[in-house]
Design a protein around this ligand. Structure first.
Ligand SMILES: C[S@@+](CC[C@H](N)C(=O)[O-])C[C@H]1O[C@@H](n2cnc3c(N)ncnc32)[C@H](O)[C@@H]1O
Length: 281
């Protein structure tokens, strides 16, 4: 990547609007820079062929949010914002023949290739933006995403319409994001992160900027109601909303997620949905 943003330092933090292009560029820059550290720090928890929905460690092997594993075998699956492809590789290891992962960051995908070599389980991946998926209408039976892409896009309705577009009628979209209630609290894993500070209804993005005001990291907030409206508006039917509880045996601190906060506040929301049978492709 030649973009000089790759070498820009964070000079200030802002709450402000950030559009689709700016958000995708910031995500690419941030994940290109941080992918090595992220995989070194969290790769063990994620597992090379593991599928966890978030820092609580809710494991698809036990949760079955994607449905009956036996029925997935013949499915065509897209993992959005796949990072190093751990979830997609888990599906491949369960016998799902057609799994594709997309991610905006080439470095994350290089980690996917590294893990392919180490495990002998290859996942097909492509560098792409979740806001413009390079697939034909109705190409997949299932689209899934564990914290991939959806927390980082400004226009949730458009991103969900794009995910729904590539699903066949009756196909499912299951994705996890930071639980929207977390936006009220400082991103602090200690007691300091237990006192509400910001409005739940403030939709301005969280933006880390360089000295010239250019975004180098962006996260977007959508309330629970926003997500539900986006799901319904995309021609999907909401079939479930899972708020994983923090398990007793999970001692890890992951950014603002910690056992202390996890016992009190939800940290992750997993939305389960299905494309309406009658929806136009
Ligand atoms: C928190 S990681 C989650 C990846 C993986 N599921 C995991 O648990 O490690 C978020 C991923 O989303 C990707 N991402 C962010 N914005 C994206 C976008 N607009 N399109 C595609 N991928 C995006 C990032 O590059 C990153 O790899």
């Amino acid at each position: 990547m030649t973009d000089d943003l790759m070498h820009a330092d964070v000079a200030q933090i802002a709450r402000r609007p950030a559009g689709a292009e700016e958000s995708a560029r910031a995500s690419r820059v941030w994940w290109e820079r941080e992918a090595d550290d992220y995989q070194a720090e969290h790769g063990g928890f994620l597992g090379d062929t593991g599928f966890v929905w978030g820092p609580e460690g809710l494991d698809e092997a036990a949760a079955h949010l994607l449905g009956d594993p036996a029925e997935l075998v013949g499915a065509r699956v897209l993992e959005v914002g796949c990072g190093a492809g751990q979830c997609g590789r888990w599906l491949r290891a369960r016998g799902v023949a057609e799994v594709v992962g997309i991610d905006v960051s080439a470095r994350q995908l290089q980690h996917s290739l590294r893990i392919d070599d180490a495990t002998g389980r290859a996942l097909a991946v492509a560098q792409a933006d979740a806001q413009r998926l390079p697939f034909a209408d109705g190409s997949f039976d299932l689209v899934c995403s564990a914290y991939g892409a959806f927390p980082f896009v400004p226009d949730a309705p458009a991103a969900l319409r794009e995910a729904a577009r590539v699903l066949r009628p009756g196909g499912r979209l299951v994705f996890s994001v930071t639980h929207p209630i977390r936006w009220c609290f400082p991103d602090d894993p200690t007691e300091g992160g237990l006192t509400a500070r910001d409005s739940y209804f403030d939709r301005r993005a969280y933006v880390e900027e360089d000295a010239r005001g250019r975004a180098v990291y962006v996260e977007h907030h959508h309330t629970i109601g926003d997500w539900v409206a986006a799901i319904v508006g995309a021609g999907l039917r909401l079939t479930g909303l899972v708020e994983p509880e923090w398990p007793e045996d999970n001692e890890q601190v992951w950014g603002g997620w910690s056992p202390l906060r996890g016992r009190i506040l939800p940290g992750t929301a997993v939305f389960l949905s299905e494309r309406n049978e009658g929806a136009a492709a």
